[in-house]
Design a binder for this molecule. Structure first.
Ligand SMILES: Nc1ncnc2c1ncn2[C@@H]1O[C@H](COP(=O)(O)OP(=O)(O)OP(=O)(O)O)[C@@H](O)[C@H]1O
Ligand SMILES: [Mg+2]
Length: 603
């Protein structure tokens, strides 16, 4: 119950927004300056109004004492000129600063979100859809930019402005000057009354927006599969349903907001009428100088102006707060692997690449262990094939080697240093994994290769391509290295994509190379060609080959069988064929065939 109360307070709406300010810390001074210039221009606007009315009143009521009267008129006129100039100046300064601020806010937030996504990927993706995280986080950032850059300042003003104007009013007309402030206060409290409803609606809108983004993102990503499976109608339906749901959420949001606006109009009308009646009565009874009457009306309106601004902000607070909540959620998502302190990372890079697994346990969830005590020594420069049934944890070992995750128990040591004692960036300098679905960037063949080795001359790129058995294909393309690759390598065949990724790996030439099913898409001839190159290029470098294909496995001098979360067998291909029943059945070999095979492959 208490929790519900806490959740429903307007304070909770502001919480995430204020919290996110800490992320914008570097822009705080700019935020302050923008707010101050906004305050200045609003005050000068109020002063302009009051002075011009005052001036008009002074001129029209100028009477007996001509000297005194013209003195006041002169002072008022000079004041008015100054106020008008200052108002213009600060309007300009404010709009300039708020645009600079908008740009900085969006840049800061985007970078933070980007860093966070990189940090929680790929582990974070288990919990959320990739598109939802990336797409909606960026959409949330847009909403926040609007808020911090354009409205936080005016919100701050809504507190300062009315207080200053009210002070002036009270000085002029006495306690009745508080009526306007009361009205402004009532106006601002309307959105507070609906705060908890707004919070819920805001979260719902943001949630639906995230889902819609994810669906659209997914559609764009898997367009081929969607079309091939004849799912386009279904996908369109999904988009339509999500859009409708979003519209419904937005409609409830707008209905509430409309109701608030109506109430606000009532408050403004009541306050204005009250002021009119009260002050007119005072003029009639002689308690108030008639010349002050119009000034009071102008100042009353001036009290409202900032309140109306904060009202507009408060009406959208639910949406902005939900956006801030989601952005914070991403930005503060815990890292799956904790990077060590700076001192622990000063291990030299580019060591010989010896790997030791000591009692490594790991599972993506506590209830489903994948690795349950892997003990393995891989000497520097050794080539080892890791084999095992689908789902046995081969790719998982690859992920642990590049610190996408850390073992839940036990350690992996690279050249005697536990991976956890190095930063993940540091680890990835030394260990490179070419995955089952290599990702290529939109750009040319050259630009993709240069990502692996930025200063490589064309000659070296061609060598790498030839080594990956892709050179002749690229030479046959009229643009050669400048051939454009579509997004995510969409214009390449699966095998070409894998070979290009392999060429990148050759250029990088890391201490430890993990090839996860890298030759799966290749035909037998290319596979043999690539396999021989790997043997040649990686002769003195640690290489782990994860494969299903017998030819690939048989080429490795050492084979490790992963089964039941541990190393079930370890030896040469021929040894394992003889000694391991599991190995034989994995490769689909009968004991007799195994003997045959062992004779052929050892010959
Ligand atoms: N990101 C993940 N989140 C949760 N579970 C996962 C994740 N990745 C893999 N798993 C699970 O962990 C187990 C091991 O998966 P892994 O990808 O390591 O298998 P694999 O041996 O590489 O299989 P394959 O030969 O099919 O590539 C599987 O049961 C799989 O469902
Ligand atoms: Mg795998």
């Amino acid at each position: 119950m208490k929790r519900v109360l806490l959740n429903s307070t307007p304070v909770r709406l502001l919480g995430p927004i204020i919290q996110l300010l800490s992320v914008l810390e570097s822009q705080r001074m700019l935020l302050l300056r923008s707010t101050l210039s906004m305050t200045a221009y609003q005050l000068f606007a109020a002063a302009t109004g009051a002075l011009s009315v005052g001036l008009a009143a002074a001129v029209t009521t100028q009477s007996t004492d001509v000297d005194l009267g013209s003195g006041i008129v002169a002072v008022l006129a000079i004041g008015l000129v100054i106020a008008v100039i200052a108002n213009g100046l600060f309007t300009w300064v404010e709009s300039w600063l708020s645009h600079v601020l908008a740009y900085r806010v969006i840049e800061t937030l985007r970078l933070k979100v980007h860093d966070a996504i990189e940090r929680i990927t790929p582990a974070g993706m288990k919990r959320r859809r990739a598109g939802e995280v990336a797409g909606s986080a960026m959409a949330d950032v847009e909403a926040l930019e609007w808020f911090y850059a354009h409205t936080l300042g005016s919100a701050a003003n809504s507190v300062v402005g009315p207080l200053v104007v009210t002070a002036t009013l009270v000085a002029l007309v006495g306690p009745t000057g508080f009526i306007a402030l009361g009205g402004a206060f009532a106006l601002v409290s309307i959105p507070w009354l609906f705060a908890s409803l707004q919070a819920r609606q805001g979260r719902a809108v943001r949630g639906e927006l995230g889902r819609l983004t994810a669906i659209s993102f997914e559609g764009a990503e898997s367009l081929r599969e969607i079309l091939a499976l004849g799912l386009s109608a279904r996908h369109l339906d999904e988009v339509r349903t999500a859009t409708r749901r979003l519209q419904r959420r937005k409609r409830s949001f707008a209905l509430r907001s409309g109701l608030e606006t109506a109430l606000a109009d009532v408050v403004v009308a009541v306050t204005t009428i009250t002021t009119l009646v009260v002050q007119a009565d005072r003029v009639a009874s002689g308690a108030l100088d008639a010349s002050l009457f119009p000034v009071v009306l102008v100042l009353t309106a001036a009290t409202f102006a900032p309140a109306v601004a904060i009202f507009a902000v408060a009406q959208k607070l639910g949406d902005v707060s939900a956006a801030a909540e989601r952005a914070l959620d991403v930005i503060h998502a815990p890292s799956v692997v904790a990077d060590p302190t700076a001192t622990a990372t000063r291990t030299p890079r580019g060591g010989p690449g010896a790997l030791t697994f000591t009692d490594v346990h790991f599972g993506y969830s506590a209830t489903e262990p994948v690795l349950t005590g892997v003990n393995l020594q891989i000497g520097a420069g050794e080539t080892v094939a890791i084999v095992g049934a689908s789902g046995s944890g081969k790719s998982t070992i690859g992920s642990l080697l590049v610190r996408f995750w850390d073992p839940t128990q036990g350690d992996i040591l690279l050249d005697g240093v536990p991976l956890r004692a190095r930063t993940s960036e540091h680890v990835r300098d030394d260990v490179l994994i070419v995955g089952q679905h290599p990702y290529l960037f939109r750009g040319s063949v050259r630009s993709n290769l240069l990502l692996a080795k930025p200063d490589a001359p064309d000659q070296e790129l061609w060598t790498a391509l030839d080594d990956a058995a892709l050179g002749s294909t690229i030479r046959s393309w009229s643009e050669g290295l400048d051939h454009t690759i579509g997004e995510a390598g969409a214009t390449l065949s699966g095998g070409q994509r894998q070979r290009l990724a392999l060429a990148q790996a050759f250029l990088r030439d890391p201490a430890v190379l993990v090839l996860d099913e890298t030759s799966a898409h290749l035909d037998a001839v290319s596979e043999a060609e690539v396999g021989n190159t790997i043997t040649r290029l990686r002769a003195s470098k640690t290489t782990i080959i994860i494969a299903h294909r017998i030819a690939t496995i048989a080429r490795a001098p050492r084979v490790v069988l992963l089964s039941g979360g541990t190393i079930a067998a370890d030896g040469t291909h021929t040894e394992l064929l003889v000694t391991s029943e599991d190995y034989r059945s994995l490769l689909g070999q009968s004991p007799a065939a195994a003997t045959d095979h062992s004779t052929t492959s050892s010959s």
